[in-house]
Design a protein around this ligand. Structure first.
Ligand code: FAD
Ligand code: SF4
Length: 281
């Protein structure tokens, strides 16, 4: 619990001095404005600044943003069935107005999406979640923190009832020069992502040495694009390699009617985010 104690809002700056460990109570606005975060992890700063509104970012915390539940209008409409609200009752969105909903990792039980921007950046950056509970401390890769719906959409993440998030660790990387967070949404501010893409590249002499890609607005959890990342390694920075990676990323995607436009928007977003990150614009 040590991290948690010295990360009260009054001591925001103290926690950010430990740059690789943003504490769970650090405010989204403070983390996004921190110079070291901007210098070392610009992808995280960009993702945070794309979230919500300045007022909300001034209240939202790292832990709270991770813990927000998936967003779905049917979840709040008690006249409609919702397996997440009442397990076994059905899913109103599956054949309903599902424009905001998932295209990856869905189940017949639930097609809701996780709404966070910050989490998409953290998934791409290989963050580790530091969790404290009665049995002590444990660490979980960020990509494993949130769950896919499966047969239990009522459970959003892998935190046990007696546990808390205390901090995050982000490993060093060479992505600072070539990172970009693209968020496609209905309004330029105060709107959840239709599709978002976190792209980070490590480029040497025009050749991609390492790549990280994750998407938001498309799944019950931040959706990491491991196969597309691998396809980029060793390739020259080019429109063609970005388009190929984007097509590869779409394997297994499925639309549900109103949200089927995401099947085209998502690959276009991946290619554009990679272009922006690489400077190929
Ligand atoms: C209108 C609106 C628009 C938004 N738009 C966006 C957006 O575009 N992008 C985006 O990323 N986010 C968005 N958000 C989310 C917002 O940024 C907040 O992160 C979110 O509302 C959670 O609030 P909070 O951080 O104050 O957490 P809280 O409300 O304080 O906590 C949320 C939950 O997490 C639990 N919790 C908090 N900290 C911990 C911890 N350390 N360990 C375990 N459990 C914990 C709490 O008990 C609670 O159950 C939006 C929110 C609203 C209301
Ligand atoms: S998509 Fe999930 S949250 Fe939305 S109605 Fe279906 S079960 Fe409920």
């Amino acid at each position: 619990m040590k991290q948690f104690q010295y990360v009260r809002p009054a001591t925001q700056q103290a926690v950010l001095d430990v740059i690789n460990k943003p504490g769970a109570l650090a405010l989204n606005s403070v983390v996004s404005e921190n110079k070291l975060v901007a210098d070392k992890y610009p992808l995280l700063a960009m993702a945070l600044k794309a979230g919500a509104s300045p007022q909300l970012r001034n209240m939202a915390t790292v832990g709270g943003n991770m813990m927000q539940r998936t967003r779905c209008t049917y979840f709040y409409d008690t006249a409609m069935p919702c397996n997440k609200r009442v397990p076994g009752s059905g899913c109103g969105a599956y054949e309903g107005v599902n424009r905001m909903h998932a295209i990856f990792g869905t189940s017949t039980q639930c097609i809701a999406v996780h709404p966070s921007d910050m989490c998409v950046g953290l998934a791409a950056l290989d963050a580790m979640v530091i969790i404290a509970g009665k049995k002590g401390e444990r660490r979980l890769p960020f990509t494993e923190f949130h769950r896919l719906p499966g047969d239990h959409p009522e459970t959003d993440n892998r935190l046990a009832p007696d546990e808390m998030i205390v901090a995050l660790e982000i490993p060093d990387n060479n992505f600072a020069k070539n990172s970009y967070y693209l968020k496609v949404r209905d309004r330029q501010s105060y709107a959840f992502a239709l599709v978002s893409v976190a792209a980070a590249l490590d480029i040497e002499n025009g050749i991609i040495r390492h790549a990280r890609l994750a998407m938001g607005g498309v799944a019950h959890k931040p959706w990491r694009l491991f196969d597309a990342e691998k396809s980029l390694i060793g390739k020259r920075v080019s429109e063609e390699s970005f388009q190929q990676a984007a097509q590869l990323a779409m394997q297994g995607a499925k639309g549900f009617g109103y949200n089927s436009f995401k099947l085209k928007l998502a690959p276009a977003g991946i290619a554009e985010a990679l272009k922006q990150a690489s400077g190929l614009v």
